[in-house]
Design a protein. Sequence first.
Length: 750
Amino acid sequence: MTLPIPMPPADSAVLEFEIGGMTCSACAARVEKTLRKVGGVTDANVNLATEIATVTGGPQVHVAQLLAAVEKAGYEARLRADEDSPAAPVRTDRGGLAVMISALLSAPLIAPMLLAPLGVDAMLPGWWQLLLAAPVQFGFGARFYRAGWNALRAGSGNMDLLVSLGTSAAFGLSTWQLLVHGDGHAHYYFEAAAVVITLVMLGKWLEARAKRKTTEAIRALQALRPDEARVRHAGTEVMLPVRRVVSGDEVVVRPGERIPVDGIVLEGTSQVDESLITGESHGIDKLPGARVTGGSINGDGLLVLRTGAVGAESVLSRIIRMVEQAQANKAPIQRLVDRVSSIFVPVVLVIALVTLVGWGLAGGDWSRAILNAVSVLVIACPCALGLATPTAIMAGTGVAARHGILIKDAQALETAHAVTLVAFDKTGTLTAGTPAVTGVESVAPATPADVLGVAAATLAGSEHPLARAVRDAARVAQPSADQPATTSQGRASDVQAVPGKGAHAELAGRLAWVGNERLLADNGFDIGPMRTWSTARQAQGQTVSFVAHGDHLLGALAFGDTLRPTAKAAIERLRQRGIRSVLLTGDGPGAANAVARALGLDDVRSQVLPQDKAEAVARWRAAGDVVAMVGDGVNDAPALAAADVGIAMSSGTDVAMHTAGITLMRSDPALVADAIDIARRTYVKIRQNLFWAFAYNVVFIPLAAFGRLDPVFAGAAMAMSSVSVVSNALLLRRWRPEKSPPSRPGPGAC
């Protein structure tokens, strides 16, 4: 199995940088603007939540130029050379100690305000207040001055500029009053400046801790990578670092160990826990020839593998890159937020200036005017706006990946919530994609067991898909038989295939025949007794093979592609959500209508060519539907690309998965409803976050401008707004897929 990785055009390259020093969406917008100005850069996207910049450009773009441009803009940048590093903020936050010291220095300043209602006068002398506030203002607050100055120098604004201007005004006013009026002046605002800086630092620290939780899905996947592999060379086993294992090496995996590489089982049988891929923890049987995925857990058997892929080309690495790319991309709604944020800071500065001048001229109390202007500057930090969308997308894509739903980009996530129609391919999507025996009919005195036994013995050595289906059916019918090719009449010999018709063999001294009507007619058999049965089966799109032994027609076998066990429940779940389901297949009307009846589909389009599938999707979209296309084959790729959301089965072709925006890691149609469900829940979180972020500013900025908001409360509210947005997004981590009861396959074979 190979997973898709979205690739840039052949003449372009994609570079990723870790960005340090960003504090709000205005910072992210400024870094984007700076990167896009570098010659040769065609696009740049910065994710505030992950602090990752993704730059697309031509071969003439140099890393040194990009790094220099970011640093000149006042931020730190580092190339993500190690693709295995987690998509998390550049620095593990070390601000906890700084917040604690700043809080200890600020506590004596804020204590008198808290004790005053109790009749306790604990106000410190002005010079003591200055000594306590100065280290907070110019020591711990230096970061705001540096970042604010860099923003000002670049002709833009950010949260740091607002905080530094606001607290400097409060600190400067208090110092001026202390110097002019002496220590007896009662109106100092040192506590406002110190507490605001402390609260902003606290908010950023809590925010960083919460943001790290949104990347737990990726870190958990990275932790699954074993560091060493047991490689067999010339009959001896040696432990090697995984990075030194190459394709073709034989790797030994003992019971209970994690499988270190992708590969194919050469020796041994076991059950393997592939929950990291499928989202299901039950073991999957692995026999010689089966594929295994690095990072999954071996059961109680010893396995010897031939290495297929290691490092960046392994399935696990590809999954991690897909999730990282989805979290780094911007949803369409985020671009609107970025445009709003880019003009937000200048507007706030104007409002603060109007507040200052208005209060000063109207009341003559310039101290009060400065305090109100400070409140406006502090309350208006646009952090919550910048975090509202990316944190929800990170949490949503992360939890989806843990349950076997890989969302390639944020646009697919945002679009999927509005899906009104799902078009399914049939073979390999709603059905298993491999033929199985769906019916056995006999001609007296023969029994169905005779028909199946003779057919299994005759086709014992054939690798034709229908022959494998016969042997599987015989194994089920005779679970105690050590050799499914053994019948009551012995083993077949002198087996010969008849191209395009079937096969014959020597069985118990007589010829046995298994094949189509033409093969038996050419050898003198009359299939008249089976005509009605075979015609009815063929009308349902099934293939019929006849079985004869000696001079007698024994009966016939019907072959069809069986429905996936959860297909019917999946369609019902979509219907409960108000989503129509249609079948879009190249198969004939008989097979298509049989599937539609068995599953309760709303519409059927059969005998549809690949280009016609895309046209059908386009017509549905033109009629006003938001269309999701689900498929697994090369012939589905045009329709997957034409749909609003393409959903591919991982059991299908690479082309389908490259084209689709969502990949289902289990071949389970029920995951389609789950993908739409997590998309809807994520979009709800985005809207909730944006509502509260906008409402917070709409309500509190006027209150601050009209003098109804103390700077200390403004600082606390601003800090908590960002934390609340991230915490709300983290609620998505509690999402679990709905358990669908398996449908009974029974007559659902097609």
